[in-house]
Design a protein. Structure first.
Length: 237
């Protein structure tokens, strides 16, 4: 029996150690940042314990020597996991998914992972530049300073982009298949502000169904559906 107890205590100590190591995760970046929200959503989706420090924007803190050592570009988000430091939101998403959610948010099969990667890259290179122009040009710009022609042109551009997402989601619950993966995080984070910022925009059927399913997830509710009224008409970070 003593050997059994020894093994049980050893396993208990190992579990405690793993919890302690995971608790070393620390995310830096203001909660109102779209790129920070992506990581917060993923952390909560996986169920990882972590610390979060609001930095950037009205919170400040990016010009300190301490933060400069974490990210020489002085931008958020930044994640530390013990001795590991990762910056750039999609690099952080890939790191967390691969490390803490293999065969879940991180597709193990190379083909599926490539599909997830390509949609993450598409979100970076195509969707988010247009979404960013709309959010800043309409929501964050005071009404008297808005360029309405540019806003309308961007809405048309985004209509085409979200229709592209709609085609990918046809017959799928999520971008890569029947389960949430890292592919859904970047584009999925944009939906709340896109549909809720007060503009009349098209709601493609598959994208809207996807959005409705994301809204049912507690992590999405907590981290992405974060009220953003404080940003209205405010050009300053």
């Amino acid at each position: 029996m003593s050997n059994v107890y020894y093994i049980l205590f050893a396993l208990f100590d190992l579990q405690c150690l793993l919890v302690m190591l995971r608790a070393m995760i620390h995310l830096y970046g203001r909660h109102t940042s779209y790129n920070v929200q992506k990581v917060l959503w993923l952390l909560d989706e996986i169920g990882l314990p972590y610390q979060h420090s609001n930095l950037g924007g009205t919170f400040g803190g990016l010009d300190t020597d301490t933060f400069g050592q974490l990210n020489p570009h002085r931008r958020v988000p930044v994640l530390t996991d013990g001795p590991t430091t990762v910056w750039e939101s999609h690099a952080i998403i890939r790191y967390l998914a691969a490390t803490y959610s293999p065969a879940g948010l991180w597709p193990v099969e190379a083909r599926e992972r490539a599909i997830a990667d390509q949609w993450m890259e598409w979100a970076t290179n195509s969707l988010m530049p247009a979404f960013g122009r709309l959010f800043w040009g309409y929501y964050r710009t005071p009404e008297t300073q808005r360029n309405h022609a540019a806003i309308e042109a961007t809405i048309k551009e985004l209509t085409v982009l979200y229709r592209t997402l709609d085609d990918q989601l046809d017959g799928r619950a999520f971008l890569v298949g029947d389960a949430l993966t890292m592919a859904d995080i970047p584009a999925g984070t944009s939906l709340y502000r896109y549909f809720e910022m007060g503009l009349t925009v098209e709601r493609p059927a598959n994208v809207w169904r996807w959005y409705e399913s994301l809204r049912m997830r507690p992590a999405y509710q907590e981290r992405v559906m974060d009220p953003f009224e404080e940003l209205y008409g405010r050009l300053a970070y």
